[in-house]
Design a protein around this ligand. Sequence first.
Ligand SMILES: Nc1ncnc2c1ncn2[C@@H]1O[C@H](COP(=O)(O)OP(=O)(O)OP(=O)(O)O)[C@@H](O)[C@H]1O
Ligand SMILES: [Mg+2]
Length: 247
Amino acid sequence: MIDLDSQPTLSSYYPLTCAGTAGSVELIGHRLVDLDQIVSRTCIEGLHVVLSNDPLGQLNTLLLHAPDGRLRLKNLLHVFEPFYDVVLIDTQGARSVIVEMSVLASDMMISPIPPEMLAARELHRGTLALLQSLAPYEQLGVRPPPARLLLNQVNLSRRDTRLIIQSLSADFVAHDKVTLCSAVVLDRVAYLNAASLGLPVHRIDYRPSPSGGLSAAQSMRQLALELFPEWHRLIDPASAPDVCARY
Ligand SMILES: Nc1ncnc2c1ncn2[C@@H]1O[C@H](COP(=O)(O)OP(=O)(O)OP(=O)(O)O)[C@@H](O)[C@H]1O
Ligand SMILES: [Mg+2]
């Protein structure tokens, strides 16, 4: 995980077993790629994080004036490739040079959206505008990635939420660049509990709720399979019961 949000929520989510001496400022600002310095190890085996250490948001100003600003992360990511299966880049939601740089470095962009019609439409418009503004980078051989909108904090027992999901799905069907994930993340207290415990939510909420809703573990698995169908053999309990039981 690379935390590029100046408000470092992700950096403080998991307890660390070994903190790096450097973080996002050194990676992005100084182009430091020594993993021993920039990577911190979390208490989850194999899950490492580049901590955000830019509380004043100075990286954004630096990137704005750097000739390689929006391409800097893309040019640095190769150092992680031999060691990691997935690199997850977390940014703030509001548009900024950091967000544009992160989008251009990515194979896929995921935007969590609330299940409210106006907010979701606004986000859809904003995402399309962002991708359009980055389209000229195709001339340099850098194609902005497809965007996936993910409904978060969904309460399926609410009729308005179900209607919103139907309407949004119809809206997005015509776009190839921006699509709505069919998996949704339910509004559940388990997400708050998991954050307080510093654990992945699937480790604390793996039983379907008595009302019949999916457990957080089921939701996360569904989402992971939708985003990475190639993981089917790894995380589908039908094909890998032992691995799934362990995680
Ligand atoms: N599906 C959910 N159900 C219940 N609570 C949730 C859910 N998703 C997020 N939350 C809670 O909402 C709060 C904000 O979530 P999150 O950190 O994902 O948002 P964010 O926009 O990235 O915030 P930040 O700006 O702090 O990074 C957290 O307390 C989180 O536990
Ligand atoms: Mg966040």
